[in-house]
Design a protein around this ligand. Sequence first.
Ligand code: G4P
Length: 528
Amino acid sequence: MSKKLQREIAKRRTFGIISHPDAGKTTLTEKLLLFGGAIQMAGTVKARKSDRHATSDWMSIEKERGISVSSSVMKFNYRDFEINLLDTPGHQDFSEDTYRVLTAVDSALMVIDSAKGVEPQTEKLMEVCRMRNTPVLTFINKLDREGLEPLEILADIEEKLQIECTPLSWPIGMGKRFRGVYNLYRKELNLFRPGDDIRSTKTVKIADLSDPQLDQLLGSQADELRDDIELLEGAANPFSAKEYLRASQTPVFFGSAINNFGVQEMLDAFVELAPAPGMRETAERIVEPDEEQFSGFVFKIQANMDPAHRDRIAFLRICSGKFTRGMKVKHHRLGKEIALSNATIFMAQDRANVEEAFPGDIIGLHNHGTIKIGDTFTTGEVLKFTGIPSFAPEHFRRVRLKDPLKSKQLQKGLTQLAEEGAVQVFKPVTGAEFILGAVGVLQFDVTMERLKAEYNVNAVYEGVDYTTARWVECADRKLFDQFQKREQGRLAHDAEGHLTYLAASEWRLGHTMEEWDGVQFLKSREHS
Ligand code: G4P
């Protein structure tokens, strides 16, 4: 294995942000990109986000897709590191993609609003991180406002997310009394000055908290800090890099993204602590990033701006070896060799043609309908990466065709859109109409618009009485037959023909699961 390849791997950090809308993800992303020199002007990412809020008609959905293509992966350099920040769409465009992006990262950054604590979307995204034991670093935001007590926030994280918190910085006051943070591992005080756009934090080394300088700088709040730290030393677990990498502990930082406070301290710790690209599982064996042979998998497919061309971009995460432009790779599902001449690498604002790329990097491949989510590309043996599943939808709609003669086209369109991961498609065992499933409701509008524009199919959707789904499997044939007979009204096949149980409520699902003890109800399923 080459030294160069190992050096390239060691300096890469590929991560995603998990948060609930409005916690400050966009603001924080912007500050991170500023530190990386990837954008010159504050407000660029934000401007995109406000565009995104005006959705709903076809043009804006199209526009939005363009926007999310260009901001899907943001690459920037910081110190000696090359960082790939993968966007996790969170507002109306929250979708299965948001979950699947997390299968392509090596670690995650969790942003929590200090006034709100853990919110529902964060819980859902953490569940995905837990599937692969993805290490998570936490940033508690908006300390410049009144919020929950820091210890209360940590307790909320520990309880709801089942992960141990270990603060690496500690806030001094909050809201109007917010004075800054004490960096516990560097033993220095960072004093808060609101409104700083670039870093100009005043940092004072305070190795020992009994140092009288602390009283001079913080007045009566010095004793509050001393008390807090004493309490913390008794209550919180010491930081362990091993536990963080095993995803059983999350290091916590406090700050205010909008004031660019605490962000660089967090970024410094992030690049030092977060893992470089590591090994990945395939159905055949474990692949190490420093293997000479190139390998990667597709985790996201994005339709392009121009519906006339039906061009799609497939996002491929490199897992091993080196990518060079024009190299030939094997597309294993199709058993074909293709040349990667037209790959794109994603920058904060622009897309540029890539000459070479390394494990952890994401490249965009032009795709004319031959690439599916989960596809593996390699230059070596036949492999199939695992761990890029479909996730049980949370919203459902029934599709009604306006022109009954178009049912073939409808089927074709829905099958292709399902392969892209845009929406999930279910065909009930009894009943003729398709049921669509999605993680975010915007996908239903997008699906109808794309059926019209790309397949010339006029269809509408209507409400349907399902709220949750599980893929079902059972080793006991006889039991499974009984189950299928009794529950046939609630069973459907997904686009790949796998049997799925659709339930009207979590309660109903729980009841059925209890009743059919020998049947497995799966919340996610690997692509075949
Ligand atoms: P998101 O991407 O997670 O949805 O959040 P975003 O960054 O857009 O932030 C949501 C709101 O929270 C924004 O206010 C933003 O300015 C504010 N915010 C972010 N970080 C901080 C912080 O450290 N302190 C305070 N006080 N506010 C913060 P908005 O009113 O929705 O938008 P805007 O009009 O201010 O741009």
